[in-house]
Design a protein around this ligand. Sequence first.
Ligand SMILES: N[C@@H](CCC(=O)N[C@@H](CS)C(=O)NCC(=O)O)C(=O)O
Length: 215
Amino acid sequence: MINKYPTLYSFRRCPYAMRARLVLRLCKIECIIREISLKAKNTEFLRVSPKATVPVLVLPNGEVLEESLDILYWSLEQNDPSKLKVNDQLARKTSKLIELFDTKFKFHLDRYKYSSRYNIQNSQVHRDKAREILVQINTMLEGKNYIWGKNISLLDISILPFVRQFRIADKEWFDDNLGLENVNNWLNTFLNSDLLASIMTKYKVWEIDDPVTLF
Ligand SMILES: N[C@@H](CCC(=O)N[C@@H](CS)C(=O)NCC(=O)O)C(=O)O
């Protein structure tokens, strides 16, 4: 049974791991899940992926996918019942926007959310820089449930976990003062969705002798 399923090394709150779990769920790909402690990484995990970041997906043929985007695109090749893949023209824009979130947005998010860790006095500068990126998303969401239309796409599931984290840094400010109604509604839909609940199950930290847990 072990070899039939891919194995996902994951961390519940990591936005990249959330992105991977969202795509695996929407593509209906069953896998073995192993929750990793980032503070005390399991040696088997480090052996499989010395890069030591989550998510990691080990395929049944032994191939190791160590980037969330590789997991995304591999999953879509297996099965795409939710039609996450958008047409080619949008695919280019999708990649560019995902990159914007993985680089600039994440940079400012970390410095806003963990300002003391980065020794930053004025975290609002970073909050405002991240907000500027959300202004763009707010415009794109005008009159739509999701960025490309009425259905959730690859782009939404790739960036929503980061926007969720941005809100968590100061929920009151996000809900009352962000001033981007479309973004607030878009995130709220996600936060209240069965989809999110289905990927946020709490698992104990995995140890090598544990029985298999399927995701
Ligand atoms: N580019 C990677 C980034 C993954 C990443 O940075 N994950 C964080 C957790 S959110 C991590 O594992 N950090 C290593 C650590 O905290 O030791 C991806 O897209 O998969």
